[in-house]
Ligand binder design. Sequence first.
Ligand code: FAD
Length: 416
Amino acid sequence: MKIAVLGAGVSGLTAANRLQQKGCEVVVYEKNETPGGLARSRFTDGLLYDPHGGHILNSKHPEVMEFVFSILPKENWQYTVRNAKIYFNGRYISYPFELSLCELDTEDAVDCVYDFILAKEREEPDNFRDWLVWNFGEGIAKRYMIPYNEKIWAYPLEDMETQWMQGKMPLPEKKEMIRSMLLKDPSERKMPHSTFYYPLRGGIQTMSNALAAPLTIRYGTPVQRIERKEKGWAVNGEEKFDKVISTIPLPVLPGVMELPPSVCDSISKLRYNSLNTVLFECPKTDITWLYIPSHAYRSHRVGYQSTLTPYGGPREGRSCGALEIIGERIEDPAALSQRSDILPEALGFTKALDSEFTEYAYVIHDKKYRKSVTEITAYFAQDDSFSLLGRWGTWNYKNMDLCMLDAMKLTEEMKL
Ligand SMILES: Cc1cc2nc3c(=O)[nH]c(=O)nc-3n(C[C@H](O)[C@H](O)[C@H](O)COP(=O)(O)OP(=O)(O)OC[C@H]3O[C@@H](n4cnc5c(N)ncnc54)[C@H](O)[C@@H]3O)c2cc1C
């Protein structure tokens, strides 16, 4: 059986590997010149840089980790304990905020705990802004949850639904929360996703390269035409395939294939945001991520690449990180280091060494999301020779491990 996989991100690469292992002939189409999609890395001035945001791996699904280590053996990975912080009122508070209240000033902490005790008393709201107050209480919501989420989504929180973050956002039990107030040592607090893997050398690109190595990939080949044939599909008017798996963003499809107007209409209602990252060298730090909720600064997060692996490249006594800003493409990223509204001065952002714009960064789960995705999925489900997969192929907030899991499930269930 001959199968086309559209997109050489983690989803497409995983599906292609599994199908090839089952004896299928697989061709991957990728518009870029390198594999990985969002999971990519490069070195600039010797400094490691994941241009689409630092990509670490962890999974509660053992079959995913088993697959990953079969592709890139475990000794090639650095195992790290997360050391995330929040820059709050000029101080570094441990992450997650809601479990680190003992590190706040007493009055802030009392407000947060008092409001948390009163939380969840009324009916659960269906919009994200009210849900944050309902779930965490006003004290935590207004100091951290609301401003941080306003920055990372750049979308009205009251127009977002709430189902998407079940299992994604740490939801402390009241008792756990109060316990955390009494624990001065952050390492004793229960934290989700507190450890992770990252390739020792070469960044997350090393994993993407290992996934790509055994495959036939047509690089620099954007999908421009997908046609239904009497038997199977033709891609770009050339090769014929029995089946197609598409991981490219759904909004690309109406431009490359025939779709009913109702499906095009549902696709046009999908919302997403875009990301700018900027690499910089900075004073030495052992922080993995720094979250910046304050609206005084445009950047919402810095990922410190040099903490993910000892081979990140900075000079002795220095570190490197990439700041993240949501929104339109920034035309002159080099000028950002001159501005005081990008990052707190203490972080030492004095020079932009590299930058990248990512058009498709985060799926926005607005109020129209569920209906649109259900309609699109139902249409494609009618034909088992064309499957949707991946973060943008299925329009779902999924990390790499869940993309891999979906690819493994899909290729297991496919009639070959
Ligand atoms: C800022 C940020 C940080 C993240 N951090 C983490 C993390 O730490 N850990 C984690 O597990 N996950 C993380 N994620 C999520 C992770 O990036 C995704 O889950 C995963 O990479 C998605 O893989 P994918 O293959 O589905 O999509 P993509 O990586 O987007 O792959 C799609 C591929 O299709 C190609 N393509 C698009 N259009 C065409 C076309 N017309 N023709 C041919 N090819 C095309 C693209 O070039 C791309 O290679 C992060 C995401 C973001 C935005």
